[in-house]
Design a binder for this molecule. Structure first.
Ligand code: PEP
Ligand code: MN
Length: 337
């Protein structure tokens, strides 16, 4: 952190800032020029309320030189993390494919989907049991009964399972069943939920908020990690823009940016990013080319009858041919599935 003082600041004001900073156990480095006076601050800045420093006499501004997230930051963890989800790895040379229905609806629906996605090459089954719907009158999910159906599908197929949690109570219940907890876009800044997931040792799939910056997203990951759970996987799922042709706008640039800023794996969800089944294929390919560690794709045995997100869901047959098409793209990036 650098404190920039106002032009022609008095020695008294400079010494006052230095002594306040040093009283907090931090070191300072003064550079007094004709035009500009700056005070470099070295040490654990969490000991200091930087917004209050800007209020001190003679201070012009405070400039942060390192990001506020540390555990998620690649600066302090150069090697990319590889995270184990029920025996399957996310990160490294394995391209992970997660697929399944938007919502768990019935035993038949989940088992049929699980068998089909496994055959196509997916290793993680997704399915919502707690659905964060825009309208309170839309299908809200089967809750614990849905989790039981997901666990039954795992027992039958050997796939790992990921389910969204929308409350502290849901974290407690889902922890008994799932291999990975999902925190959805709408809850990306639900800090109590993030901390609760951070207290478990279950890997967390953290989706990007609808209007979250990359910095806010990485700080959300930091909330989970600061509670002890280092197993966080990020998921880009599109952000709100002025464009109305798609449900959201897929921010492909987030993939290489995250790769530069963080060691955490990042996957892409082209289904929620676009809301249109025809766009899943080209954007899945683009995501692999941009360096994604995996994909999350909605699949339903009969999208026309789906209780949520039918228009963006692929049939099992369409998913099978998508996976076949994706293999050479993965190979070009030195990945396989
Ligand atoms: C989901 O994956 O089921 C979901 C609701 O996605 P998002 O949080 O990205 O909208
Ligand atoms: Mn959905």
């Amino acid at each position: 952190m650098i404190i920039v003082m106002r032009p022609n600041v008095s020695d008294k004001a400079v010494m006052n800032v230095i002594s306040i900073v040093e009283e907090h156990g931090l070191q300072t480095n003064l550079s007094r020029g004709d035009q500009v006076t700056i005070i470099g601050v070295i040490g654990d800045k969490s000991k200091l309320l930087t917004s209050n420093i800007t209020l001190l006499d003679g201070v012009d501004k405070v400039v942060q030189v390192t990001e506020s997230y540390k555990l998620a930051n690649r600066q302090f963890h150069a090697d990319y993390s590889v995270i184990d989800i029920g025996g399957y790895k996310i990160g490294g040379d394995h391209l992970v494919i997660m697929a399944g229905p938007c919502a768990v609806e019935s035993e038949d629906q989940v088992i049929q989907t699980a068998r089909a996605i496994k055959k196509a090459g997916a290793c993680i089954l997704r399915g919502g049991a707690y659905k964060p719907r825009t309208s309170p009158y839309s299908f809200q999910g089967l809750e614990e009964d849905g989790l039981k159906l997901m666990a039954a599908a795992r027992a039958e197929t050997g796939l790992a399972i990921v389910c969204e949690v929308t409350s502290l109570q849901a974290v407690e219940t889902a922890s008994k069943y799932v291999d990975m907890l999902q925190i959805g876009a709408r809850n990306m800044q639900n800090f109590y939920l993030l901390k609760e997931a951070g207290k478990t040792n279950i890997p967390v799939l953290l989706k990007r908020g609808l209007s979250a910056t990359i910095d806010e997203w990485l700080n959300a990951a930091e909330y989970i990690m600061s509670e002890g759970n280092q197993n966080v996987v990020l998921c880009e799922r599109g952000i709100r823009t002025f464009e109305t042709a798609t449900r959201n706008t897929l921010d492909l640039s987030a993939i290489p940016i995250i790769k530069a800023k963080s060691h955490l794996p990042i996957i892409v969800d082209p289904s929620h990013a676009t809301g249109i089944k025809e766009l899943v294929n080209p954007l899945a390919k683009a995501s692999i080319a941009a360096g994604a560690d995996g994909l999350m794709i909605e699949v339903h045995p009969n999208p026309a009858t789906a209780l949520s997100d039918g228009p963006q869901s692929l049939t099992p047959a369409a998913f099978q041919s998508l996976c076949e098409e994706l293999r050479p793209y993965a190979a070009l990036e030195g990945k396989h599935f």
